[in-house]
Unconditional design. Structure first.
Length: 503
């Protein structure tokens, strides 16, 4: 089904170039963009802008493929630029490698009418026509592709309305969720970060008639991010300033905290940066953070509790995803499920007296920015905290000292634990024995969630790359299970074949 026509007026060459750059943020592997228009209508300008934006190189050489018929580019997404004006026979398109190029990349096609019926039916058709001193761009595309184009145009309108008209946009990163990020460069050449967080349907109910995000307290809009960013900044932490936000559309323009992380050039933990991050966390845990934060005149964000329902929903990932994968499709038995969940009920009961405060939820290497020129806690930039909850503070310590994305050696693990405990001991009310007990429970809870999450990302979401973290996550789980409080869970995991008996 074809979506409604998208039509926009491009008043000059600069707007044509910006539109080409914006399209580079909308297209994905498998897309075919068919460019039509008379000579001088702007096809080459738009194609050149698209390719340079995809390469993030304003000086990229973009030779015309008029005589070679195709020019290929190994970019963030591979792009094959076809000019079919001299195509002798539509069947020659196969010989030019069109089908192969489309499998894992984008095909940009000028003079598509020369290919007759050889182009895919779900192509994006873009026609450029002269209109006064400018050009009219008309796009007809399938619904899925049209939605992506509408989204990048909505973000362009957001930037224009926020005072950043003409800003240069470049792809920055994506994550395991459905958020994406752009680097925004305005006239002052200062980089800002745009968070693209479109609202999504709730999804099917998974428990008590509620979808997974509501049960697990996963943020569904921008209010929690803005609330937590503001409260962290007020307490002196380095969270990004929110310059502009459209809550309805889920578009945020943020301060850029930098590009350095806490890993070294080889991707291994930088000891000093991890120690500083743990010190930052210890300071956060020494503070009292309000649970209700006013975000706007008509909105107060209530930080949700990391409650029993959310904890058990997460640890169920072991039953629902990990065990069937481990056993070649054989699901956990009813008896196994009942025993496992009963064990977790008892462990969660033990958390009633645990120290509780703000937990950022994913305090680990992908979400920590290192700010070399700052001092104290401001050296540690905090991002991706929209899912923050009120719960056992030990959870965040487990997140960093057992970093899911990189191996923390036993020596570094002990150093980080010692650092944290030393900093907290100066508080007379800190109960170290109780804290370590809750740390073991929360470490087990987090790692039980992750071993199931890695499988779900592979099987349901088509993201197998996360499976490389599985051995590390299982080793972290074994460490948590050593605590005496975890003996029943340890025995269950051994019998289920999740960890070896010697753990």
């Amino acid at each position: 089904m074809m979506a409604p026509v998208i039509s926009l007026f491009l008043k000059d060459e600069a707007e044509t170039i910006r539109f080409g750059e914006d399209l580079a943020l909308a297209l994905k592997p498998g897309d075919c963009l068919a460019l039509s228009g008379d000579l001088g209508a702007g096809k080459s300008s738009l194609a050149r802008a698209f390719l340079r934006a995809m390469a993030d190189d304003d000086e990229l050489e973009v030779p015309s493929p008029t005589f070679t018929l195709v020019q290929t580019y190994d970019l963030r997404i591979p792009v094959a630029h076809f000019d079919l004006y001299r195509l002798g026979d539509p069947a020659e398109l196969t010989e030019l490698g069109f089908d192969e190029a489309l499998q894992d990349g984008i095909c940009l096609v000028e003079w598509p009418e020369m290919a007759a019926g050889e182009l895919p039916a779900d192509r994006i058709m873009l026609t450029l026509e002269h209109e006064g001193a400018g050009r009219r761009a008309t796009i007809v595309a399938p619904e899925k592709q049209a939605a992506r184009i509408h989204r990048v145009l909505a973000i362009r309108d957001f930037l224009d309305n926020a005072g950043y008209s003409g800003a240069k946009r470049r792809f920055l990163t994506g994550d395991a969720s459905l958020r994406a990020y752009e680097a925004i460069y305005a006239d002052d050449a200062k980089r800002r970060v745009l968070m693209d967080w479109p609202p999504l349907p709730e999804g099917p109910p998974v428990l008590d008639g509620k979808p997974y995000p509501k049960v697990a307290h996963i943020a569904e809009n921008a209010y929690p991010f803005v609330a937590i960013a503001n409260v962290l900044r007020r307490q002196g932490f380095a969270a990004p300033e929110v310059y502009n936000v459209d809550y309805d559309q889920g578009i945020l323009l943020l301060e850029d905290l930098g590009a350095d992380g806490v890993l070294d050039a080889k991707g291994q933990p930088n000891v000093d940066r991890y120690r500083a991050s743990v010190a930052c966390l210890a300071h956060l845990h020494s503070l009292t953070i309000p649970q209700d934060i006013r975000v706007a005149v008509n909105h107060v964000h209530h930080i949700p509790d990391f409650d029993r329902t959310a904890m058990k929903m997460e640890v169920r990932l072991v039953l629902d995803w990990y065990l069937p994968w481990k056993r070649g499709g054989i699901a956990a038995s009813d008896a196994e499920r009942d025993e496992y969940l009963a064990i977790w009920d008892r462990l969660i009961d033990e958390l009633d007296t645990a120290e509780k405060s703000l937990l950022l939820r994913d305090f680990h290497s992908p979400n920590i920015i290192w700010r070399e020129n700052e001092t104290g806690i401001e050296r540690v930039g905090l991002i991706d905290f929209q899912d923050a909850m009120i719960g056992p503070t030990a959870y965040d310590l487990a997140s960093i000292v057992q970093d899911a994305r990189v191996t923390i050696s036993p020596d570094l693990f002990q150093q980080l634990m010692d650092d944290y405990l030393s900093l907290r001991r100066v508080e007379g009310s800190f109960d170290e024995v109780r804290f370590l007990r809750s740390w073991s429970i929360m470490s087990a809870q987090r790692n039980c969630k992750l071993v199931g999450l890695w499988v779900r990302l592979m099987q349901r979401d088509g993201k197998p790359g996360y499976m490389k973290h599985m051995p590390r996550t299982l080793s972290y789980l074994s460490v948590a299970l050593k605590h005496e409080a975890l003996a029943p869970l340890r025995d269950w995991c051994v019998r289920a074949g999740i960890v070896p008996s010697e753990s």
